[in-house]
Design a protein around this ligand. Structure first.
Ligand SMILES: Nc1ncnc2c1ncn2[C@@H]1O[C@H](COP(=O)(O)OP(=O)(O)OP(=O)(O)O)[C@@H](O)[C@H]1O
Ligand SMILES: C[C@H](N)[C@H](N)CCCCCC(=O)O
Ligand SMILES: [Mg+2]
Length: 246
């Protein structure tokens, strides 16, 4: 088997990529038998703490058909290369796995799973490796579409357009654009931003993935599955494409 891949980025760190990844994973589990979630570089957690992929598994109730994996884990809550530098100096930066290594991990997961979701660190251009490879490079190399998670708040229009433009300039395939955290009491700003974000999605060829409610969490698993149902149309189908292993 060689499954499809979907890369997930955000317009910033803390925009709800992990929560949206959980929703996309639930949607993927409805389409394919086995799903994997891979986080190439996890920063800001100690060895004994749950990382983003563990959060995805917990949000979904640890389904048997889900595999989660991390590439490298670094304690400092910083961009991966800086976290390595902070934790272990230049030697730790040199020891970071490179693009090829991550591609091999993704290809190995794709060999056994119908879908592999790959969550970057922070935004599109955050460097994951010592030689500066980003989630955009992973998306390009695997020919995976890119899911972009964004905020509904003031400032999001500029951040979203910058992200979509930078992805397009690199030749990354558009996937869904999703609002990561939609407030219970949206203001006029949130509502008008949503309309404009829908337009941006259309202009850049992204599928509109809707907005995930802000209260979503382990205590709201039904809501998560409801949010996921709305995303079923925007995860790549099982026959859409296979991970390209260059
Ligand atoms: N829809 C939501 N429902 C409940 N909590 C949310 C939602 N979106 C985001 N959060 C909370 O906001 C915080 C940041 O979200 P999340 O961890 O998903 O961000 P991220 O974009 O994955 O960040 P990182 O760059 O660290 O991977 C978390 O504490 C998360 O639980
Ligand atoms: C620690 C944090 N939660 C993320 N994992 C890393 C975010 C890196 C952002 C770097 C930046 O764009 O300035
Ligand atoms: Mg995350």
């Amino acid at each position: 088997m060689s499954g499809a891949a979907l890369c997930v980025t955000g317009t910033d760190t803390d925009v709800g990529k992990t929560v949206v990844t959980a929703c996309l994973t639930a949607a993927a589990l409805a389409e394919v038998e086995r799903v994997a979630v891979y986080k190439p570089a996890q920063t800001g957690v100690r060895p004994d703490e749950p990382g983003d992929v563990d959060t995805v598994a917990a949000l979904l109730g640890h389904p048997d058909r889900l595999t989660v994996a991390e590439g490298v884990r670094l304690g400092p809550a910083m961009a991966p290369v800086d976290a390595a530098l902070e934790a272990g100096g230049e030697a730790a930066v040199e020891a970071l796995p490179g693009l090829r290594w991550h591609l091999d991990r993704i290809a190995a997961l794709a060999a056994e799973h119908g879908m592999v979701l790959v969550e970057g660190a922070g935004g599109l251009l955050v460097q994951l490796t010592a030689d500066g490879a980003t989630i955009a490079d992973l998306a390009l190399a695997t020919q995976a579409p890119l899911a972009v998670v964004t905020r509904p708040d003031l400032g999001t229009l500029n951040h979203t357009e910058l992200t979509l433009e930078a992805a397009a300039r690199r030749g990354v395939r558009p996937g869904p654009l999703v609002i990561g955290s939609w407030p219970a009491r949206p203001t006029a700003v949130h509502r008008s931003n949503e309309l404009r974000l829908r337009e941006l999605a259309r202009e850049h060829g992204y599928a509109w993935g809707g907005a995930v409610p802000a209260h979503l969490g382990a205590a709201a698993r039904e809501d998560l599955h409801r949010a996921a149902a709305g995303l079923t149309g925007v995860v790549p189908g099982r026959h859409d494409h296979e991970v390209i292993h260059p």
